[in-house]
Ligand binder design. Structure first.
Ligand code: IMP
Ligand code: MG
Length: 176
């Protein structure tokens, strides 16, 4: 059985690219003349970051940070560990964090608090997806791809047990 046949399509590859183009244009407008660093959150945001950076017609730098949640696998505990840090300082830079999904918001809360200690000029968030029904802390999302219902979604970088990241669309597992 092909990978995609196990999934129900929520947002097609075409719909994602259209949204990415719109977000890129908006970001290029808002950050014109600023020293912009995109910070992609590993591993889920890499496909989104790779497409988004090509839609932003500005000189920019990009970096990545690896985060992992301690404790339970299916739900964020809020206790987060940096598994791979940024390669350069962000002091004085305008940071745009690129994330795959904001669910409870606990991972992003930790990241925002951590980045603030490094004295960037500003920090804003661009998230491909948001699951507002599960929010446990209010996270301001400046740039948002799509709002999703309270379902476990995979594809376009998002995984289930490390699988499905390479699916070109965002989908939901069909009941087996
Ligand atoms: P939060 O701390 O609850 O906001 O969790 C954020 C992280 O949990 C995301 O960066 C994802 O890695 C993961 N996650 C949350 N919901 C989903 C989902 O529906 N599919 C895949 N990963 C998810
Ligand atoms: Mg993630």
């Amino acid at each position: 059985m092909k990978l995609a046949e196990k999934l129900e399509v929520l947002h097609s590859a075409e719909a994602i690219q259209k949204r990415v183009t719109e977000l890129g244009a908006q970001i290029a407008h808002d950050y014109a003349g600023k020293d912009l660093v995109l910070v992609g959150v590993l591993k889920g945001a890499i496909l989104f970051a790779a497409d988004l950076c090509r839609a932003i017609d500005l000189p920019l730098a990009f970096d990545f940070i690896g985060l992992s949640s301690y404790g339970e696998a299916t739900e964020s505990s809020g206790v987060v560990k940096i598994t791979s840090d940024l390669s350069r300082p962000i002091e004085g830079k305008h940071v745009l964090v690129i994330e795959d999904i904001i669910d409870t918001g606990l991972t992003m809360r930790y990241l925002l608090d951590n980045l603030a200690t490094r004295h960037p000029a500003s920090v804003k968030i661009c998230s491909l997806l948001h699951k507002p029904s599960r929010a446990r802390t209010r996270i301001p999302i400046e740039y948002l791809g799509f709002t999703v219902p309270d379902l476990f979604v995979v594809g376009y970088g998002l995984d289930a047990g490390e699988k499905y990241r390479n699916v070109p669309f965002i989908g939901v597992m069909k009941p087996s």
